[in-house]
Write a protein that binds this ligand. Structure first.
Ligand SMILES: *[C@@H]1O[C@H](CO)[C@@H](O)[C@H](O)[C@H]1NC(C)=O
Ligand SMILES: *[C@@H]1O[C@H](CO)[C@@H](O)[C@H](O)[C@H]1NC(C)=O
Ligand SMILES: *[C@@H]1O[C@H](CO)[C@@H](O)[C@H](O)[C@H]1NC(C)=O
Ligand SMILES: *[C@@H]1O[C@H](CO)[C@@H](O)[C@H](O)[C@H]1NC(C)=O
Ligand SMILES: *[C@@H]1O[C@H](CO)[C@@H](O)[C@H](O)[C@H]1NC(C)=O
Ligand SMILES: *[C@@H]1O[C@H](CO)[C@@H](O)[C@H](O)[C@H]1NC(C)=O
Ligand SMILES: *[C@@H]1O[C@H](CO)[C@@H](O)[C@H](O)[C@H]1NC(C)=O
Length: 918
């Protein structure tokens, strides 16, 4: 049913007439079929609020859509007043949830000119090629809505488009051909945002085909690579240019100086891009309208900071984090009258001093972390920083720190003071910081109790107090806003407060290394469906593990309950699609068997069940875990043979650490596995750190107690290879194939009942740093090939029945008699027993109990190695102690960017919202 222009104007007049008389409802302006399409559209989605956003920025517009009412008056719907046709649909932030299929009734609204579906959840929807049929569309916004797949080339049919925004979805991809079509056909385009659309094959030069009337170009995180076109200056109407977080190379082209209309320039996150002094100087000189400049991670090491002196006075945001800047930062930039955001973090060579007065009264974000710019924390400064919302002063040069003053900055939402050596109590004035959602005081020396007001902060999402000297109980959280909580490595005691388990959206919970946290792990943890990291290790937790542990959160990738007093059996219900990569239950009192359901953890890289009371045979089913890199079953009550036929050809092929020591295994050594331990056959020289993907980088590290010294290697690269079968009842000979495991660094076969000769093929293990064959029944001579092991620093062949001369050769010069004692028929240096030519009639020069110094730790427990995991962060993740240790480093630059982006995004949304309301 169509409406003739005549009848329409009649209705309009009638409508007017009726409304002036305020009588019964007017006949609808909206065409019936359009109304129907909209209602069908509404029904294809459910309404689900976005948990990350506050309620004011989202609103379910379609709920006002009711059959029998005029669709032109529905929320978000705009009609053409003359035709009554729907020409605009703005459903941004409308909590829509569901799949947008190609047959959706949306696509029958042919007359649309403006379509905004941004900020909804259309997860697993493809961007339909039917979007290309809205031939009159001038504005299309599909951003932030979880679209995925290919961007259809049909978008290029929308030749009237003025604004196209496909940014911040689930990384959809765009073929170079489609990009080219879009770029060439959309000649009216003024705004283009394809941020986080994957387009690595698009050549930077094709950007030059963009409409020269373009005023906004945003291509953040598109994986673009290559050199920036040298003629960018042609896009002379550009006001916003964001090429952040790509892989551009070379240097910033000179003709950026022609982009004189630029208001915002973001080239951050291009670590291979550099800024030459001259081009940067020109950018600073010529771009007088610049309000935002972000060159974070761009290499500026050749640029003298004082060439930035003449920054445009309209500048409101300057980010030069991690740029390699050296020298004194020009003080006048701190005083720019419109400066709102300043980030200079991670320029360790940057000096200068932050002024205490004359600051702009709009400064809202300040980040001087990891710089040497000094800042006097005193009244003057504080009264000049009242508008601050974000303050990051990790490892910075704070002079006269009266931290209590920070409590006056009541607008703070984010405060990061990690890694500063601050001591004393956490200032009680922080109670005033009621807007905080992010608080990081980790890696300091704060003592006393955690003040109770911290638990009452209403918006707190991220709280990190790890590595301080805090003691006492953990209080009850009064709100349920927490997303990440790290209180590890303090002296906290008592039970884990139940309120922690009521934090519905908790993703990270780390209470490790407080040693005195007691009580059971409440089964309420099962409600934390979004948990990704759970680390309660190195405490005194007791009771059994909650039954749900293997299946309560499909996102869980790190589960560390090691070094507690947990009893009962290990979790036995690992569900099929779990994400576990790190599972550590070592150092408890777990009994029973190893749960076969563990084979559902197909992503598992680390499994530590050592130091428990598990009674079982060798868990052959673990062969199914093809990603396994570290397997530790030491010190349990495991028994039987380990030499069964492998069920999988590539069993344990990625294993780098295999430790089944101190059990009751018997029979021959697991020769069959030796043949397939491929990771132990090849050294990895590219120094990639082992990491837990997705959440954060957790790098496994190793701690040795060689020579009584605790040596901690900050980062142990992928090179670590350990095979420890000691303290069992293995019998038979050392197989020759062991010589294949060329990448091995540590080999321990001690305290077994091995017989026969020491294989000369051990001489092929040229990476070996530690070899322990002690306390076996080995006979014959020490193969001279061992003399070629030039990295060998620990050798123990004691308590065997070896005979003959100790080989000459470099490593052997460094070992003393302990390495060989208990082999009465060995001779030569260093046992101080001369070898006679026939090698049989040595003469003792010293009693065999001779002991040079007290080196007992050297061999006492074999060469106890310990593995540590490493978190990433300016205090980011994971706790410490003996055995498995978690390291921390600075938060990586991407972390800050992520936080900033989230922040900016929310602000953009809020602004937009406010704009729309007006
Ligand atoms: C597109 O716009 C033109 C000009 O305003 C109009 O004549 C035509 O009907 C429109 N097409 C659609 C499908 O709305
Ligand atoms: C360019 O736009 C026109 C409409 O103006 C359309 O007919 C044509 O198919 C488009 N070309 C490409 C390559 O998309
Ligand atoms: C940029 O500034 C320099 C002087 O610093 C001037 O010579 C040049 O013409 C300017 N370029 C443009 C495009 O304005
Ligand atoms: C900080 O707050 C305290 C107490 O509210 C007040 O006495 C002091 O003057 C404030 N200092 C500044 C610099 O605002
Ligand atoms: C604190 O924030 C509020 C709300 O954003 C703002 O109105 C106020 O001016 C801010 N205070 C200062 C001192 O900037
Ligand atoms: C793997 O998970 C599925 C479902 O989550 C379960 O039915 C199955 O028993 C598990 N496998 C094992 C070996 O436990
Ligand atoms: C040890 O290396 C030698 C020389 O490269 C080689 O011939 C021999 O097969 C190797 N032995 C083993 C067990 O790999």
């Amino acid at each position: 049913m169509g409406l003739s222009p005549f009848s329409l104007s009649f209705f309009l007049i009638l409508f007017h007439f009726h409304s002036t008389l305020s009588s019964s409802s007017p006949p609808p302006l909206c065409a019936h079929h359009q109304s129907l399409s909209l209602l069908q559209f509404k029904q294809s989605f459910s309404i689900q609020p976005n948990r990350w956003k506050d309620q004011y920025t989202q609103y379910p517009k379609t709920e006002s859509w009711k059959e029998g009412t005029d669709c032109c008056f529905w929320d978000g719907v705009t009609c053409d007043l003359h035709s009554g046709l729907v020409t605009g649909l703005d459903l941004s932030s409308s909590m829509l949830h569901g799949t947008l299929h190609s047959n959706n009734s949306l696509f029958s609204l042919h007359h649309l000119r403006k379509l905004d579906l941004s900020d909804n959840d259309f997860s697993i929807s493809l961007i339909s090629s039917r979007f290309g049929q809205f031939s009159n569309l001038t504005h299309l916004n599909l951003s932030l809505s979880s679209f995925e797949g290919q961007v259809p080339s049909e978008i290029s049919h929308l030749s009237k488009l003025v604004s196209l925004d496909l940014s911040w979805n689930s990384y959809p991809s765009l073929e170079p051909i489609s990009f080219d079509k879009i770029v060439r056909n959309l000649t009216k385009l003024r705004e283009l945002d394809l941020s986080y659309v994957n387009m690595p094959l698009v050549v930077p030069g094709s950007l030059m085909n963009l409409s020269s009337s373009l005023s906004s170009l945003r291509l953040q995180g598109c994986r673009l690579q290559g050199k920036l076109p040298s003629s960018m200056g042609k896009l002379k109407h550009l006001r916003y240019l964001d090429l952040g977080s790509n892989s551009f190379t070379g240097s910033i082209p000179y003709d950026f100086e022609q982009l004189t209309e630029l208001v915002s320039l973001d080239l951050s996150g291009n670590a291979y891009l550099s800024a030459e002094p001259v081009s940067l100087y020109k950018i600073v000189q010529n771009l007088t309208k610049l309000r935002e400049l972000d060159l974070g991670s761009v290499d500026m090491s050749l640029v003298a900071p004082n060439s930035l002196t003449n920054m445009s006075s309209s500048l409101s945001s300057l980010s030069l984090g991690d740029c390699g800047l050296q020298g004194k930062f020009p003080g006048n930039i701190f005083l720019l009258p419109n400066l709102e955001t300043l980030s200079l973090s991670d320029n360790e060579g940057l000096t200068g001093s932050f002024p205490s007065s004359n600051l702009s009264n709009v400064l809202s974000e300040l980040d001087l972390s990891y710089t040497r710019i000094s800042l006097y924390l005193e009244n003057d400064l504080i009264s000049n920083l009242k508008s601050l919302r974000v303050m990051r002063l990790c490892n910075s040069s704070i002079i006269r720190p009266d931290l209590a003053l920070l409590g006056n900055l009541t607008n703070l939402t984010s405060l990061d003071l990690t890694d500063n050596n601050f001591s004393g109590q956490i200032p009680s004035s922080f109670e005033n910081l009621v807007h905080l959602y992010y608080l990081d005081l980790s890696n300091n020396n704060f003592s006393g109790q955690i003040p109770s007001f911290l638990f009452a902060l209403p918006s707190l999402q991220y709280l990190d107090l790890h590595s301080n000297n805090l003691r006492g109980n953990i209080g009850e959280f009064q709100h349920d806003s927490l997303y990440s909580l790290d209180l590890s490595n303090n002296n906290l005691h008592g039970t884990i407060p139940s309120s922690i388990f009521k934090q519905e959206y908790l993703e990270v919970l780390i209470l490790a290394s407080n040693s005195k946290l007691t009580g059971e792990i409440s089964s309420s943890i099962c409600k934390s469906k979004f948990l990704r990291v759970l680390d309660l290790s190195y405490n005194s937790l007791s009771g059994s593990t909650p039954l749900c542990l293997g299946n309560f959160s499909n996102s869980l990738s790190v589960l560390h309950l090691g070094m507690n007093n947990l009893q009962g059996t290990m979790p036995s219900t690992f569900s099929k699609y779990n994400s576990l990569q790190y599972l550590n239950l070592g150092g408890n009192e777990l009994e029973g068997k190893i749960s076969p359901s563990i084979i559902n953890c197909t992503m598992l890289e680390v499994l530590h069940l050592g130091n428990n009371k598990i009674e079982d045979t060798f868990p052959y089913f673990l062969e199914a875990l093809s990603e396994l890199q570290i397997l530790i079953l030491q010190s349990n009550k495991l028994q039987g043979s380990v030499n069964g036929p492998p069920a999988y050809d590539s069993a344990f092929s990625k294993l780098q650490i295999f430790d089944i020591s101190n059990n009751n295994f018997s029979g021959p050594l697991p020769t069959r596995y030796f043949n397939g331990l491929e990771a132990m056959m090849t050294s990895d020289h590219n120094m990639i750190y082992m990491e837990i993907r997705y959440y954060t980088q957790i790098v496994f590290s190793i701690q040795n107690t060689w020579k009584g010294l605790e040596t901690e290697f900050e980062k142990i690269q992928n090179t670590i290879r350990v095979l420890d079968l000691s303290d069992n009842s293995f019998t038979g000979e050392i197989p020759k194939v062991i010589g294949k495991l060329k990448a091995l660094q540590q080999l321990n076969l001690s305290h077994n009942s091995l017989t026969g000769h020491i294989q000369s093929s051990l001489g092929n293990l040229t990476n070996l740093e530690s070899l322990d064959l002690s306390s076996n029944l080995l006979t014959g001579r020490i193969p001279m090939q061992l003399g070629g092991l030039k990295f060998l620093t620990v050798l123990n062949l004691s308590h065997n029945q070896l005979e003959g001369p100790i080989p000459a050769g470099e490593p052997f010069i460094n070992f003393n008699a302990n390495s060989f004692e208990g082999n009465l028929r060995l001779c030569g240096f260093p046992v101080l027993k001369e070898c006679y030519r026939d090698g049989d009639q040595e003469q003792s020069l010293l009693p065999s109990s001779y002991n040079e110094g007290d080196d007992s730790t050297l061999f006492g427990d074999g060469f106890g190695w310990k593995v540590m995991a490493m978190g990433y962060g300016c205090g980011f993740v994971l706790g410490v102690a003996m055995g498995y240790i978690v390291f921390r480093t600075k938060k990586p630059a991407w972390f800050h960017r992520m936080i900033e982006d989230t922040w900016k995004l929310n602000r953009r949304k809020t602004r937009k919202k406010v704009g729309r309301r007006n």
